[in-house]
Design a protein around this ligand. Structure first.
Ligand code: NAP
Length: 315
């Protein structure tokens, strides 16, 4: 059996998106020994965003570049970073929290959960079968495969419309299929999509099935007003229908909404002492880079104050 390396910190932050790195900056500046760990590469979900134009002080910046700046800022304060760490076990209830990964055991006085959220699935026939063979949840990663092809984006939020616009750089035609007759996306993004003549909107419609032989060939959709069912000839499907929280490892251990988002108070305190949640993973009315960063700052500030109240324990 491999002997695991034991690492002691004041604060361990799970997740390295804007909430995680913001928490790390505030925690390290609060003179706490701080670690950020992530199951993936660092940077979280915004690393895949093409353009961000509503993060104050940057009128236009790529998500990747913005997250690089978050990381560099955390580096400046000596935050220790551990990418590609899958959590195998965790104990969040004791005063000294323990996070066990493949080869390490992280011990800390406080934990900040900033694990974000992941793409929701349509849960229709063919979606799983054709994953990576025409079904993709990342236009930025896969759009080059769809040069001169016809694709469908499902959803009516900012992600769906922005990614559809991006896909028009490669695809010859992009359908946007939305279940209602108006969009949730910001007006400025809707207006850009409407002006793009490669985009065709199919409103009040719901995908029912993805069909094909080796790769995606058809999307079966239902008009929710007329109940008519038709096949769209397409080679790619991009579901952008929102996100569900990455809480698999914490489910049942702390208070969550029925959809799994972690409940916190205004100090980002969860139902467990010394455990905070920040960003998309928590029950919050707005999920943006700016709100995640704000949550991270508040969570770290709460952790600093909490740790000050602890009777000294050797970790
Ligand atoms: P979202 O805003 O939650 O929109 C999800 C869309 O998918 C909605 O239009 C919803 O329809 C539709 N939908 C949900 N479940 C569906 C299903 N089972 N079948 C068909 N359609 C379904 O998600 P998002 O666009 O991914 O955005 C998530 C958050 O990130 C938002 O706060 C957004 O503003 C933010 N974001 C910001 C930027 C940016 O600032 N550049 C970019 C991307 C995302 P209904 O409208 O009918 O509910």
């Amino acid at each position: 059996m491999i002997k695991k390396e034991i690492l002691n910190f004041d604060v361990v932050i799970l997740g390295s998106g804007p909430a995680g790195f913001s928490a790390a900056i505030y925690s390290a500046r609060g003179n706490l020994k701080t670690a950020v760990i992530d199951i993936n590469m660092l940077g979280g979900q915004p690393s895949n965003y093409l353009e961000i134009e509503n993060y104050p002080a940057f009128s236009l910046i790529s998500g990747y570049e913005l997250m690089e700046k978050f990381e560099q800022h955390a580096d400046k304060f000596g935050v220790e970073k551990f990418p590609m760490q899958e959590i195998i076990n965790l104990d969040l209830t004791s005063q000294i929290k323990e996070i066990e990964t493949q080869d390490k055991i992280f011990k800390s006085k406080a934990v900040i959960i900033a694990t974000g959220a992941q793409s929701k699935k349509l849960n229709i026939k063919g979606e799983e079968e054709f994953k990576s063979r025409g079904v993709s949840y990342c236009a930025v990663c896969d759009s080059a495969f769809y040069k001169d092809k016809t694709v469908a984006v499902v959803g009516g939020g900012n992600s769906a419309l922005e990614e559809a616009i991006y896909l028009t750089k490669f695809a010859k035609k992009v359908y946007i299929i939305h279940r209602r007759d108006n969009f949730r996306a910001d007006k400025i993004i809707c207006s850009r999509a409407c002006k793009n003549d490669k985009i065709e909107f199919i409103m009040n419609s719901q995908p029912l099935e993805i069909k094909g032989s080796n790769c995606v060939e058809k999307l079966v959709i239902k008009d929710l007003k007329t109940n008519k069912i038709k096949d769209l000839e397409i080679q790619g499907v991009f579901p952008y229908i929102g996100y569900s929280p990455n809480t698999e490892k914490f489910n049942g251990q702390l208070e969550q909404t029925k959809d799994g988002f972690i409940e916190t108070n205004i100090n980002m305190q969860t139902s467990l002492k010394g455990v905070y949640a920040a960003g998309d993973v928590r029950n919050t009315p707005l999920r943006q880079v700016i709100t995640a960063a704000s949550d991270g700052a508040i969570a770290a500030n709460s952790a600093v104050k909490y740790i000050e109240t602890l009777t000294p324990v050797i970790v």
